[in-house]
Design a protein around this ligand. Structure first.
Ligand SMILES: [Zn+2]
Length: 232
């Protein structure tokens, strides 16, 4: 039975997740050479930001304000963002902590990366577990591979995992395919690649490596196109 979640990849790490609420994760749109939507056109009930880098914070403040949508992010980054605009609702969570907004549960999990915002240290980077309408999505943020992905898999049992494969700053297809084996989602989706020449990758390499042992389906979305994930 297909569950009622619709996804749109806006290139890089930006996903729109639509179910009973509209969520946008890492809304890097302005300055994103591959995004198909403008920040002005985003409709969102919740904005999620994994870490402080500008290609992830992106237009979060603008979208949060325009849509009167709360922002969920890691604690130190939340403080930095709050200083920019005190009128926004910003939920600061930290590893294993969660917030529930209108039935959507968002939990922070570790990411092996770094985080800074406008030249300031922005605490730890995170991945986010998003649970909505009975579907669990693990957006890994920017990360290298780490063994606790196994725990993230067994603890939260994500139906869908969004994993960076661009290399240079994050995992490459090799590491991401190993990560899939630790996380064991039903479906994995590659992200954070080919936005810029430095992170150019062929996602079919990831797909063939990750699907080799069977059991896990890899979906390579087209940027800007809605798609459903059939999780049984
Ligand atoms: Zn980053």
């Amino acid at each position: 039975m297909s569950k009622n979640i619709e996804l749109i990849w806006q290139g890089h790490a930006c996903f729109e997740i639509r179910g009973s609420k509209r969520i946008i994760v890492d809304p890097f749109l302005e300055g994103n050479p591959v995004a198909k939507i403008k920040k002005e056109d985003v409709e969102a009930d919740i904005v999620v930001v994994t870490h402080g880098h500008s290609d992830h914070v992106g237009d979060a403040l603008y979208i949060g304000k325009k849509n009167e949508a709360p922002i969920v992010t890691m604690v130190e980054l939340a403080w930095l963002l709050s200083e920019k605009d005190k009128s926004l609702t910003i939920h600061d969570i930290n590893f294993s902590g969660n917030v529930i907004i209108d039935g959507v549960k968002i939990t922070a999990v570790p990411a092996l990366h770094s985080s800074s915002y406008e030249g300031k240290y922005a605490g730890n980077p995170g991945g986010m577990i998003i649970e909505m309408d009975g579907t669990t999505i693990y957006h890994a943020g920017d990360t290298g591979i780490f063994k606790d992905m196994e725990l993230i898999g067994s603890m939260y049992k994500p139906d869908i995992a969004m994993l960076p494969i661009g290399g240079h700053y994050t995992m490459s297809p090799n590491e991401a395919a190993e990560a899939v084996k630790m996380i064991k989602p039903k479906v994995a989706i590659p992200m954070h690649y080919s936005t810029f020449p430095l992170i150019k990758q062929d996602p079919s390499v990831f797909k063939s490596l990750a699907e080799k042992d069977g059991g896990i389906k890899i979906i390579i979305p087209e940027i800007g196109k809605n798609f459903n994930v059939d999780i049984k």
